[in-house]
Ligand binder design. Structure first.
Ligand code: AN7
Length: 406
């Protein structure tokens, strides 16, 4: 097990505190030998453990007996949605509801691994820049680990539920007068300068190791591999992590085929979708990203190269959806299935709708949409864009009248 640069393949020891390659400055990933996995898997009872991130411990970068900082992450529902499928014109669709994680988003999968790693490395501080969910998750897991915690967020652009979580869990919350991309630059600088500070954005390869477990889970829950996995894309870590998990599953012989990956961005923050549409292998960052889906209001996605690779290797695609399409999909998921997600997490259903209409996704295709975060995270968007409740006098006649009963 070691760290390896995704561009020049230079290798580093697994316990080196490093985020970028010293030769070419590109991102790193954790690589294993399949034989290493097989040895760890065969000497453990992992298949008897409940569905969760740590069920997959033989495939995570820890030695046996390492301390785990956990709050019961992973093992989220894969919900078959018949009413939504009929509405979209599909035979079946499944929603992987990551809002069921302890802090309400998929970030917990990565953070349980990342914060456990921080403890192993012996740092005092953990830090991230965030559009909200990463900060909420980092604050919770760092509290659980007893580590000091700092989060930088774009001023005024983080949904209130997320900000409340980070504050309550004792993070020092710093609002930056700039966007997420600028806040990320700042924490990367800080992590360079202070060796006692561990950076837990998704440039940290251990975060993605936790997040790859979603792929293992979906295939186990479904009993086979879906045709499509549709994922919201912001900084592009999650789609890269899911693809890594799928490839590892396949190399272990747990699955025999791979799904096609769809990365979905909001129209005002879609550098990866735009690169894909142009057939370009380079991306052009967006200076002023804008969307109501504040979680993915990101113009300079760090893991863009990993994400484009996942999309191309899987014969998938990247696409974008408008804010109107996002709100409409968010409403459909809640009203038809009772699955209340935040705007960013509705982008896969919005994209699936378009891809079914233009014939890319066929009626009989099996589709899994990853709903990355809970709807309670962002109550403002509901009061702002959805219908308000009616009010009546405290009188039965008035109630009957309003309900159309008299
Ligand atoms: C609900 O919290 O970047 O493509 O700082 O909160 O892996 O970045 C959040 C991202 C999708 C995009 N859905 O995932 C942060 C942050 C939700 C999110 C994404 C985010 P990546």
């Amino acid at each position: 097990m070691k760290l390896k640069c995704i561009s020049c393949s230079r290798e580093y020891p697994i316990d080196e505190m490093i985020y970028y390659c010293k030769s070419c400055n590109d991102l790193l990933e954790v690589v294993y030998d399949t034989s290493e996995f097989e040895k760890k898997a065969s000497s453990s009872d992992w298949r008897r453990l409940p569905l969760s991130v740590w069920r997959y411990h033989p495939f995570l970068p820890f030695k046996d007996g390492a301390t785990r900082i956990a709050l019961n992450e992973g093992g989220t529902g894969l919900h078959k949605c018949e009413r939504l499928a009929a509405f979209l014109g599909l035979k079946t669709i499944h929603i992987k509801n990551e809002g069921e994680n302890p802090t309400g988003s998929f970030k917990d999968r990565g953070m349980t691994v990342g914060v456990s790693k921080a403890l192993e490395l012996g740092v005092s501080w953990v830090i991230c820049a965030s559009t909200g969910n990463t900060s909420a998750s980092l604050a919770a897991y760092a509290a659980r680990a007893g580590l000091k915690r700092i989060v930088l967020i774009p001023s005024g652009k983080v949904a209130y539920g997320k900000l409340a979580q980070a504050m309550m869990c004792g993070a020092q919350v710093v609002q930056v007068k700039g966007n997420f991309d600028e806040a990320l630059e700042m924490v990367m600088d800080l992590a360079e300068r202070y060796k006692d500070v561990y950076l837990l954005n998704s440039v940290n390869p251990f975060r993605l190791e936790g997040q790859k477990t979603l792929a293992f889970e979906v295939c186990e829950q479904l009993g086979h591999v879906p045709d499509w996995i549709v994922v919201p894309v912001g900084n592009a870590g999650n789609i890269s992590a899911i693809w890594k998990g799928l490839q590892e599953s396949k190399s272990l012989g747990y699955i025999s085929k791979l799904p096609r990956m769809v990365g979905v961005q909001a129209a005002g923050a879609a550098p990866i979708a735009e690169a894909f549409e142009k057939g370009s292998s380079e991306i052009k960052f967006i200076e002023k990203p804008e969307t109501i889906a504040t979680a993915i209001r990101i113009g300079a996605p760090q893991s863009w190269k990993k994400a484009l690779k996942a999309i191309h290797e899987s014969n998938g695609l990247a696409t974008k959806v408008t804010d109107e399409e996002i709100l409409s999909a968010q409403g459909s998921m809640a009203k038809l299935e009772g699955i209340f997600v935040e705007p960013a997490s509705a982008t896969p259903v919005a994209a699936a709708k378009n891809l079914i209409r233009n014939g890319t996704i066929k009626k009989d295709d099996e589709v899994v949409c990853v709903a990355t975060g809970h709807g309670l995270k962002d109550p403002d968007v509901i009061t702002k864009f959805f219908e308000k409740p009616i009010e009546v006098e405290a009188d039965i006649k008035a109630l009957e009248h309003i309900l159309g009963l008299s």
